[in-house]
Design a protein around this ligand. Sequence first.
Ligand code: NAP
Length: 335
Amino acid sequence: MPLGGGVKGRVCVTGASGFLASWLIKRLLMSGYDVTATVRDLRDERKFEHLRKLEGAKERLRLVKADLMAEGSFDDAIMGCSGVFHTASPVLKPSSNPKEEILKPAIEGTVNVLRSCAKNKSLRRVVLTSSSSAVRVREDIDPNIPLDDSSWSSIQLCEELEIWYSLSKTLAEKAAWDFCAHNAIHLITVLPSFIIGPSLPPQLCSTASDVLGLLQGETEKFGWHGRMGYVHIDDVALCHILVYENEAACGRYLCSSTVLDNHELAALLATRFPWLPIPTRFEKHGDRPSYELNTSKIRNLGFKFRSIQEMFDDCVLSLEQQGHLPPRPSNITST
Ligand SMILES: NC(=O)c1ccc[n+]([C@@H]2O[C@H](COP(=O)([O-])OP(=O)(O)OC[C@H]3O[C@@H](n4cnc5c(N)ncnc54)[C@H](OP(=O)(O)O)[C@@H]3O)[C@@H](O)[C@H]2O)c1
């Protein structure tokens, strides 16, 4: 059967095997799009077999091999698409060679994807997944003025503190704005805070593993997160689609529901999930200024974020269903 027939046209999603991209593809298929999704290795079926099971996938999902570090790799996937959602980027893994493993794929990979976009005459918009970490790593934060979409993380501070992930997201987003300005590409960036929710890929990505660790009583990985914004994975996917579809959308969009210190989050989780060994104390990692996030720009497009309770309820339930957490005690049916 030929692929196609969606009512909304064809879009491309990069990094399709990922936590966020998988959910975004699910939402795009549900909305009636034809989706071309890129993966690094088409032979590694276990990384993307969950995508083939999505509603509409059989008729409207096409999988294409592409690597961020291979020049022209995205040409075939992007050609003929009206939209591109670029999510692929190395996420948070510790690295002994951050330049090669984190910075290069993020920055050069983004430009590589955009070069393919520039060749595509049918392109309407590109939506790039950036991160709140491209906004909040700076020294000059006034705790009384929430950071908004105009804020950029300090390159110098990221380098000094060796926060390679934040540096990669900041430099990749800057490179994208620069390339798109010179090549008349309509770019919109979405900047999610820490994403929480059910994982469609059965193998947990690095952030979802950190959350699992916290729910299992580990303090180490979550300790250094300190103060953090949180957002439901479905909200992040819906924000991407909203800014793609809404004619008035432009620029950067912070995408976050609630900002909490790690001890505030742990207290909330301990009350909500009393059968889990949530830690109560975290080691302090450095003295960074407190901050809030101003998300009025995306809210002004009519978007409403789910609560922190809802995102963790959905996350814990799915971790139980996937066998990452033991079943909850039989006297507790729902939170
Ligand atoms: N998770 C969060 O809390 C969070 C918050 C803010 C922003 N974000 C952003 O959201 C996006 C998706 O993150 P995620 O949480 O879904 O992480 P993820 O599950 O690790 O997904 C990352 C994706 O990028 C792909 N990728 C990495 N290096 C690549 C390369 N050289 N060539 C092709 N593909 C490559 C990975 O492919 P493989 O499977 O082959 O490695 C994977 O599909 C990223 O841009 C991230 O910065 C995430």
